[in-house]
Design a binder for this molecule. Structure first.
Ligand SMILES: *[C@@H]1O[C@H](CO)[C@@H](O)[C@H](O)[C@H]1NC(C)=O
Ligand SMILES: *[C@@H]1O[C@H](CO)[C@@H](O)[C@H](O)[C@H]1NC(C)=O
Ligand SMILES: *[C@@H]1O[C@H](CO)[C@@H](O)[C@H](O)[C@H]1NC(C)=O
Length: 359
């Protein structure tokens, strides 16, 4: 016990002095570069990324892969999607592409697509901190959320897509987003890119994300991914889960900063929308924690964008056989659709078949 307590003190001291970083494979360069600018919430960027986080729920893979879906318009118009990842085995979906207007690679992950959001939310109460985050002493996370990104088709497909985009466009910023469980995956993806792939300029913006790890993990997170924003909406229940136990700060789940809490103030008949930029603790008692998290409907719309599938359905997919040639299917039936960026623009809406694009 004494030894363990000593180790915790040591870790905290390490975090406070921000000294050498010997436990983490981080470049000094990166560390210094990011210390002098505090993460700033950019409302415009959030309104753009929320549309990506909404679009990834679309189940018609042809519409997504040609970026012609109903939610693929508006602020995301012109997005060059390069990879669409469909992990059928674990019911996960994500995409990677290049948004030239943002000068960035955008990566988005879908939230849960179960029959009942209610059941999924109820399960969140019981999630254990049951995995040590590799390379970070005493940082604990939830194994299930971690694995959804790390131990599925998702991670290798994301990494390969980033590499190809960089080969084509050179250095780009990386913006990772997702809603609900997709936000949890986005968070794990963001820190993975920084820690294991030396990515610079990684920005994470999640919407209605559950907690994913303990306080020590949150400290590492804010140090390594300072440009992380968790947008929470009014009484949305999911950011309150798995629970935070005020009296056991070291044993409980703990959000990483920085929360931005959206809520309404009513003054007479007028309703004002407020965006509150919360403190750097990750658990600002005056943000979403100041209200009861008891709403599922507040979970399903963020900044005006619908954050769910068109229907609640099982993990079936809809696709047009004409995108088959872009797909690679593994033995479990998981599919990754991949485009070469040098290929001519796809015109799948026309009757004319597409030529070979294996350039
Ligand atoms: C906010 O993001 C938008 C879109 O990427 C960008 O055009 C704008 O310059 C950003 N604003 C600030 C203050 O960084
Ligand atoms: C990854 O998944 C495989 C099976 O899908 C499982 O056997 C293995 O234990 C998992 N690894 C981790 C670290 O969760
Ligand atoms: C929360 O807000 C109240 C006033 O509304 C203020 O007195 C208090 O200091 C704030 N707490 C924190 C931790 O910011």
């Amino acid at each position: 016990m004494g030894r363990r307590r000593w180790m915790i003190v040591e870790v905290i001291a390490f975090l406070l002095v921000l000294s050498c970083g010997r436990d983490l494979n981080i470049k000094e360069k990166y560390r210094n570069k990011h210390k002098d600018h505090l993460p700033v919430y950019n409302h415009t960027l959030a309104t753009i990324l929320v549309e990506y986080a909404s679009a990834v729920y679309i189940s018609d893979l042809t519409e997504l892969f040609t970026w012609s879906c109903s939610r693929c318009d508006g602020l995301t118009k012109g997005f060059e999607i390069t990879d669409l990842i469909v992990d059928i085995q674990h019911c996960l979906q994500g995409f990677v592409g290049v948004a030239k207007d943002l000068n960035a690679i955008v990566i988005a992950f879908r939230g849960t697509q179960e029959h009942s959001i209610q059941n999924w939310v109820e399960d969140l109460y019981w999630k254990q901190l049951d995995l040590n985050y590799p390379g970070m002493p005493d940082a604990m996370v939830h194994h299930g959320f971690y694995s959804a990104y790390h131990n599925t088709t998702v991670r290798p497909a994301v990494l390969s897509a980033i590499k190809r985009s960089k080969d084509n466009y050179g250095e780009l910023d990386i913006m990772v987003t997702g809603h609900s469980m997709g936000g949890a995956m986005a968070a794990f993806c963001g820190i993975d890119l920084v820690v294991n792939h030396e990515a610079n300029n990684v920005q994470v913006i999640t919407f209605g994300q559950p907690r994913i790890g303990n306080a020590i993990f949150a400290s590492y997170y804010s140090e390594l991914v300072p440009n992380a924003i968790r947008v929470t909406n009014d009484h949305d229940i999911v950011p309150h889960l798995p629970p935070y136990f005020f009296h056991f700060p070291q044993k409980t789940y703990h959000h990483f900063p920085r929360e931005v809490w959206l809520y309404n103030i009513g003054l007479g008949s007028l309703i004002y929308k407020v965006e509150k930029i919360c403190d750097s603790s990750g658990e600002d008692p005056n943000c979403s924690r100041s209200v009861l998290g008891d709403s599922i409907s507040d979970h399903l719309v963020y900044l005006g964008a619908e954050m769910m599938g068109e229907t609640w359905r099982s993990c079936g997919i809809v696709m047009n056989s004409r995108i088959n040639e872009y797909g690679t299917t593994d033995v479990q039936g998981n599919i990754v659709f991949s485009k070469h960026l040098t290929s001519p623009v796809l015109k799948l809406n026309t009757e004319v078949g597409v030529g070979s694009n294996q350039a």
